[in-house]
Write a protein that binds this ligand. Sequence first.
Ligand code: NAD
Length: 424
Amino acid sequence: MTTVEAPPSHLKENPWEMARSQLRRIAGLIDVSDSMLNVLQECKKCVSVSIPTRMEDGSVHVFEGFRVTHNVARGPAKGGIRYHQDVTLDETKALSMWMTWKCALMGLPFGGAKGGVVVSPKELSEDELQRMTRRYTSEIINLIGPEVDIPAPDVGTGPREMAWIFDTYSMNKGYSVLGVVTGKPLEIGGSLGRVEATARGAAFCIREALRKEGHEVAGRRVAIQGFGNVGRNLALILADQGASIVAVSDSTGGIYNPDGLDVAAAVEHKRTHRSFDGFDGAEAITNEELLILDCDVLAPCALEQVVTGDNADKVKAGIVAEGANGPVTPEADQILDERGVLVLPDVLANAGGVVVSYFEWVQGLQEYFWKESEVNAKLNDIVTRAFAETWREHEERDISMRQAAYAIAVGRVAEATITRGLYP
Ligand code: NAD
């Protein structure tokens, strides 16, 4: 027998403990009763499934998957599906709780959920991925649905996987169910603007935060970690608005040019070479170096727990915009706060995705689709309003933007829970 050592996980702390301790801190601040805290600090439902999948060599590999519902007091559960080798049940639970707060902060009629499969998707062929996705969907088919729980893309998944989930669910129902999943390709009921929505929402938040400091986006120096859906689109949107994107990275490393990168060329280079290796007009940097570069805005848009107690005192950006979920640990949060760095928390800064997912769900239910300009204008309204509400709470209570966002969101979920009453 051979023992294969698991590669080290990117998770340094247990994200579920992190999420719960964030909640407990807020509960103390906003007068949430112990009974209410008992309800909010648990997930409504956690399901673990095995996903037997036929591989190209004829063997069967059994993947492990999860779907977690945190809370449905304000509406059906909503949350993405992550394909990554480090996925754990506790990470999925934390992400589902963050979805509850994010939807509440944005004023959407949704609760929070999340799903994940322990898999390194780049190592599977497209057919293997499709078989695995369809079997995972079958295993959770009674948990999801337009009125119950609506999945969406997350790390390692995108429109292609959402199309397979939509088709598997619809085949089982016998008719097309547009509202079962969001982030679908346009041809089968996706929304215009959904692909860029998370990045666009982050860009709106960065714009508002810079305005508070009397600055414009144009001319600001921005470093972005992660070059997937969120990071790549954020780089393109901010560059288009005149920002200087000084660094970008993917899981293998990054590139840096203090005078600003040619973002379109970086996108093209990454598309053709699948990495930034050999990119002209920039020097290679590590992901660790990117986080502590001299810049105005740092946007971690990859995975959790990259800004920690070890490097928070070296971050030079004045604004940290959490494009990713949970990239700043609580210890780092405190250090950044004490140093006067403005952290735009994930539940605010990356909520654009779920807002346009909400629009996609509404459009699907009505079978009536909107223009892209309409989608983007409505997204701007919702994110800008949430930013203003969070800012007001931040100033009035003299608390961080994260605490302010949580105070609003947790308060709304608690209120909905009280209003509905405890069943039975
Ligand atoms: P993605 O899979 O499209 O891209 C992830 C990117 O991160 C890739 O460029 C990958 O190379 C990079 N990466 C992976 N491991 C890394 C590491 N250790 N160091 C540096 N870079 C690394 O995923 P995405 O959809 O862009 O999601 C990124 C983050 O944003 C996640 O935290 C996700 O939960 C969050 N988010 C995504 C959405 C969405 O709509 N896609 C919405 C809200 C939040």
